[in-house]
Structures are given as C-alpha cells and as structure tokens.
Write a protein that binds this ligand. Structure first.
Ligand code: G1P
Length: 290
C-alpha cells in the first residue's frame, strides 16, 4: 500500500546549549558551524533531501538568531551584488527556503524532548512527520540518513527510527531499542527504553536523532507523563505505541558526529574539513605535525 509522504520536519531547537558556554550566551548551539555551515543547516538540508517541504522549529527564549538566520539577508545581498560576488551570493541562496515554508513555535519551559515535539502538534496536524535533532550530524551526503528512512517508510509505513550501534558502556546516554526480526538495515522494534541503567540495556542499538513518526504519538505526549530525568520523553511515548503501530529501526551506515559534545563537534570539523578540497591540504598538513 502506498504510504503518505513525509512532508513536515520538526526540529527541536529550544535547548540552552550549556555545554558550549560561553559561546552559547549569544549564539544558539544550532548555529555553531561545522567548517562554515551551521549545524542546523545540515539538518535542514537533510530534511529537504528526504522530500520534506515544511520546516517546523520548536524554539525558545533567547534563540531569536535562529529565526534571523533563515531570513533574506537584504543588506548583505545588496552589498555582494554590487561587488559582483557571485559565489558568496550562491551560498546565501542555498540557505533560502520559499516564503511560508518555515514555522516557529516556542517551547515555554524545558520539559524534555517529548514536550518539545508535542509543542509542534497543531503545525504537524494528522499526518506522518519527521523529527531531526540538529546536534546529531549524520553524514552520508550521497544518500542522507532521513532520505534512507523515508525510502524505507515508503515501503513499510508506520514509524521508522534511525539507530546505530554504540559501545555497551554508552547505552545509558541514549534511547535504546529492543530489536525483533531484522531484514538488512531494517529491524522490527518490540520495545524501546530511554537511558537504561548500566548493564540493563536491551541492545546496543541507540536512537541517533532521526525519527519518522505517526501523528498518534502526539496524543500519547498530550498525557505529559514524566520519564527518565523527570522529563517528558519522546522515547516513552513511542514505546507506548509499539505493538499498536508498526515500528522499525533503520541502522544508519554512514558517519555520525555527536555535535552536542565538544569533542564530537571538533571531530566533525576536522572530518568535514578534510573533505573540502579548498582547505583539506592545510588542515592535513597541520595534523601531520602533531
Ligand atoms: C535524546 C533522546 C535519546 C536519543 C538522543 C540522541 O537524548 O532522548 O533517546 O538517543 O537524543 O542524541 P538527549 O541527548 O537529548 O539526552
């Protein structure tokens, strides 16, 4: 049966980003660059590549720079045009979305990822939607993670969650799935648990910040049940629907950088710099001196 296309993408971007203080006093963590592109732009590009057309940002107090980022930078465009800077203008153009394709909603209190997603419920409506956590830079430019998931979703429908294997000693940091039958990269899910205590994880397959979800998850989130860390967890809401709706994990085979973490962010910068012909030789030369 043909599955409805995933048109809407939700980006929870309300977090304070305390791990990147003092930079995040003034700059939302989602605008920190990897090489020269903000983290958020990587996530938006991934959503576009997967066929999403409407971007929904769940933002918060003090993060207005995120909204400015997606505006047309009129003065800059005028100056660059006057100076004939075609390459720079093309870069700006590449960040522009059609008018009306971005919506912002505010999360008034930091009550958890599930709550952030729930804040988007009216904008999402009753159709399947994607959730992308921009801290997680999933890198496979030729076939981005959410595109792979959307293709899988077109075949199996229901809910599709991106996972990757993590070391056993890291499972307590993630949402961990209970795997059922596997068919290539696609694994049936029979359960999911948020941040399991050391030694209790049902597998080493961790959610890595990309989800295709059915709208019913919003109904579960409406109950505002508190889970791990006293927060309203997306994982718990999904877990309630497993067995009622189809849930599959999609094992992402590309590279992942946890850019919510300083070391992960720096690693991403180095890795992506080494893929850029204009700067790779200098970066490589420096690394060779270490
Ligand atoms: C969130 C989710 C978790 C997921 C992780 C991926 O946790 O709750 O299930 O594995 O993102 O980065 P957070 O890192 O916000 O604590």
């Amino acid at each position: 049966m043909a599955q409805p296309r995933v048109r809407k993408a939700v980006f929870p971007v309300g977090g304070m980003g305390t791990r990147f203080l003092p930079a995040t006093k003034a700059v939302p963590k989602e605008l920190l660059p990897v090489v020269d592109k903000p983290l958020l732009q990587y996530a938006v590009d991934e959503a576009l590549a997967a066929g999403c057309e409407q971007m929904i940002f769940v933002t918060a107090r003090g993060k207005g720079a995120l909204e400015d980022y997606f505006d047309i930078a009129g003065e800059m465009v005028a100056t660059l045009t006057a100076r004939g800077k075609a390459a720079e203008l093309a870069v700006l153009d590449g960040t522009q979305l059609p008018a009306g394709d971005i919506a912002y909603v505010r999360q008034q209190e930091p009550l958890g990822l599930g709550h952030a997603v729930w804040c988007a419920r009216h904008l999402v409506g009753r159709e399947p939607f994607a959730v992308l956590l921009p801290d997680e830079l999933l890198w496979e430019p030729a076939n981005p993670c959410l595109k792979q998931m959307a293709d899988a979703h077109a075949r199996v429908g229901g809910n599709v969650i991106a996972v990757m294997e993590v070391p056993a000693e890291h499972t307590h940091r993630y949402g961990i799935i209970v795997p059922g039958q596997a068919d290539g990269a696609l694994t049936e899910m029979t359960g999911m648990v948020e941040k399991p205590k050391a030694g209790t994880a049902p597998s080493r397959l961790a959610a890595v910040g990309r989800y295709i979800l059915q709208p019913e998850v919003m109904d579960v989130l409406s109950q505002h049940k508190r889970g791990a860390g006293g927060e309203i967890q997306l994982t718990d809401a999904m877990a309630e629907l497993i067995g009622i709706q189809p849930f599959h994990a999609w094992t992402f085979g590309g590279r992942r950088f946890d850019c919510g973490d300083k070391a992960g962010h720096i690693t991403a910068n180095i890795a992506l710099a080494l893929e850029r012909p204009d700067i790779a030789p200098d970066v490589r030369a420096y690394l060779a001196t270490l």
